[in-house]
Ligand binder design. Structure first.
Ligand SMILES: NC(=O)c1ccc[n+]([C@@H]2O[C@H](COP(=O)([O-])OP(=O)(O)OC[C@H]3O[C@@H](n4cnc5c(N)ncnc54)[C@H](OP(=O)(O)O)[C@@H]3O)[C@@H](O)[C@H]2O)c1
Length: 260
């Protein structure tokens, strides 16, 4: 779907990937509804992008936050697109993770985008053409030690996207899922960056990922995995999970060392 003259809501708009994605979409002629929890970060981003864009500080994981997002979208005359990008991550061995943080990851990464999509769906279905793009992760397809809950949160979004795209096939709303690999943003923190270096994992720039997300939003594809060889590993893991299991289990001592 071409974004020119379209109104698109982006959650997580001020993040490492989000700010660059918003620059891309704005440069391609979209009017944006920008969301994250921080009013200060949003006003800086809006000052950079232009006053035609709208900022709505709100926690997407709360009913009140989503209500205010839906109200602003409605006041803006409705939206043509939604990018569910807001996300959080915690790198730790599962047995050491606090229950509250486990629940928070699932709330922000999974429950929030599912409910926001549901709450905005009447508005999107009201358009002749609309698009929902959910941002997952390569870890949504490959269960990785040290990231168990994050993996589960993104796997749910992957299957949600697939099911919803089929359910809405007789409407004007298309649903897509894009899965970046490791990307150099604040999401990862020092320990994940050190782990990626130790494991020889490649890391993309947020600029490259932002362009890929904007391109996917403007295209027709329903699913995309970013990065080579990660996209190959996704397919190997689906067909021959024992092979990937063995390779990842070999890395356990390194993963445990960095998780401490
Ligand atoms: N970086 C990677 O390696 C990587 C790889 C694969 C997939 N991804 C996915 O890409 C997305 C963006 O990641 P990123 O690297 O850009 O992360 P980031 O730099 O940490 O940005 C995250 C964004 O989400 C917002 N956010 C967090 N919790 C929120 C909430 N409850 N309500 C509204 N906004 C919220 C943050 O703003 P506030 O905290 O100010 O609200 C920020 O704008 C995430 O879904 C992530 O899982 C990232």
């Amino acid at each position: 779907m071409q974004v020119r003259n379209k109104t698109i809501l982006v959650t997580g708009a001020t993040g490492g990937i989000g700010a660059l994605l918003c620059r891309q979409l704005a440069a391609r002629g979209a009017r944006l509804v920008l969301n994250c929890t921080s009013p200060e970060k949003l006003s800086m981003l809006r000052a950079e992008l232009g006053a035609e864009h709208i900022a709505i500080p709100a926690d997407v994981s709360t009913p009140v936050g989503r209500q205010s997002i839906v109200r602003v979208c409605s006041d803006a005359g409705g939206i043509d697109g939604l990018v569910n990008l807001a996300g959080i991550l915690d790198f730790n061995m599962f047995q050491n993770q606090e229950s509250a943080l486990i629940a928070r990851i699932l709330e922000v990464n999974t429950v929030a985008p599912v409910l926001l999509t549901r709450e905005l769906l009447p508005m999107l279905i009201g358009r002749n053409e609309a698009r929902i793009l959910n941002v997952g992760s390569i870890f949504g397809s490959i269960g990785h030690p040290g990231f168990t809950v994050y993996c589960a949160s993104k796997a749910a979004i992957k299957t949600f996207s697939e099911a919803l795209s089929r359910e809405l096939a007789d409407t004007g709303v298309s649903v897509a899922y894009i899965a970046p690999r490791a990307t150099s943003t604040a999401l990862n923190g020092d320990r994940v960056t050190a782990l990626n270096l130790a494991l020889g994992n490649k890391t993309d720039t947020p600029a490259l990922v932002a362009v890929s997300i904007a391109d996917m939003f403007e295209g027709n594809s329903r699913r995309r995995f970013l990065g080579w060889p990660e996209k190959l590993f996704v397919h190997i893991n689906a067909l021959l999970p024992a092979v990937v299991h063995k390779a990842l289990v070999k890395n356990l001592p390194i993963i445990k060392k960095h998780a401490l």
